[in-house]
Write a protein that binds this ligand. Structure first.
Ligand SMILES: [Cu+2]
Length: 311
């Protein structure tokens, strides 16, 4: 097996496409124009700095009112440790459970109410496990030559990220399943880019279900891990009416997500609340070999369904 992989890696350089020199020739504006998803940047401020950093333990979840009761630690210069009720997003009340330790940003609503955004569950043990796996992803990316990515005929890299249920997603969890992978971010305003891509993934999921195809999964990796928490992705998936049983919207530590983006030859440049990005859709076989890759948003669910049926 090792020989085969070894031989594959060196025998098939043609399946890696040289992309970077082309991109380097283009200015930022040109990339924005060509690749879409460019929105006017209203604020230059780094939104990770919005509000106050908060650490706490969830004491109650009110799914109806979209509120969490959180016993939080001291917020230096702002608040003593105390238990209070916070407004949160509709996805957050579904992802976060009583007893969870969380980190979040505390902001004020226009009416003065307290709101938590960017809510992440804290699980040090799981995070350490995931970092271990993502080190292998980082190593794989570091081995890629400038401008090359991991393409058809090669093995899909190791990774460990979190889905819209805050459950870890790894190739092991997808073992024995083919999966279709793409990249999106929930704030994308360009109808022809992420929204279209998500609609097509959802369409492909329905088509495959109608054909009775099992052992198939869908993975959409965020291009905006700073904003797209599991809770935000949960709301996004539900807005599209997606069956979450085999469709994972994934996020995680920024470095790991960016390595995943890089490994698949995607460009993603943060620009305020927007991400200027390219797109690609990839089919990975149950043996973890990359089978098919289509650049941009013009891929056809029918063509992917056909490729899936041929696996
Ligand atoms: Cu987009």
């Amino acid at each position: 097996m090792e020989n085969r992989l070894f031989a594959r890696r060196f025998a098939r350089p043609a399946c890696r496409v040289k992309a970077a020199p082309f991109l380097l020739l283009l200015g930022l504006g040109a990339i924005a124009g060509l690749l879409g998803c460019a929105q006017k940047n209203e604020s230059q401020a780094d939104d990770s700095e919005e509000g106050y950093a908060l650490l706490g333990v969830v004491e109650a979840v009110d799914a109806e009112a979209n509120q969490l009761t959180v016993a939080h630690e001291e917020i230096p210069g702002f608040m003593e440790p105390m238990t209070m009720v916070f407004r949160v997003g509709p996805g957050d009340v579904k992802v976060v459970k009583k007893g969870d330790r969380i980190r979040a940003r505390l902001v004020r609503d226009e009416d003065g109410g307290f709101r938590l955004i960017k809510i992440w569950p804290i699980d040090e043990q799981a995070a350490a496990e995931m970092r271990k796996v993502n080190k292998r992803l980082a190593k794989r990316v570091a081995e890629l030559e400038q401008g090359y990515y991991i393409g058809p005929g090669e093995a899909f890299p190791d990774f460990a990220l979190l889905d819209q249920y805050a459950e870890p997603i790894t190739p092991e969890r997808l073992e024995g399943k083919a999966f279709v992978l793409n990249f999106i971010f929930t704030r994308c305003q360009e109808a022809n880019m992420c929204p279209l891509s998500t609609s097509k993934m959802s369409q492909l999921q329905r088509m495959a279900a109608q054909k009775g195809i099992e052992d198939l999964a869908f993975v959409s990796v965020t291009l905006d891990p700073k904003y797209d928490t599991p809770g935000v992705l949960r709301t996004y998936a539900e807005t599209y009416g997606i069956d979450g049983s085999n469709f994972h919207f994934v996020t995680g530590e920024k470095a790991a997500v960016h390595q995943m983006i890089r490994s698949m030859g995607i460009t993603a440049i943060e620009d305020g609340e927007n991400v200027i990005h390219s797109l690609a859709t990839t089919l990975i076989g149950p043996d973890r070999q990359i089978v098919k890759r289509v650049e941009g948003s013009q891929w056809k669910p029918e063509a992917f369904l056909e490729a899936i049926e041929q696996l």
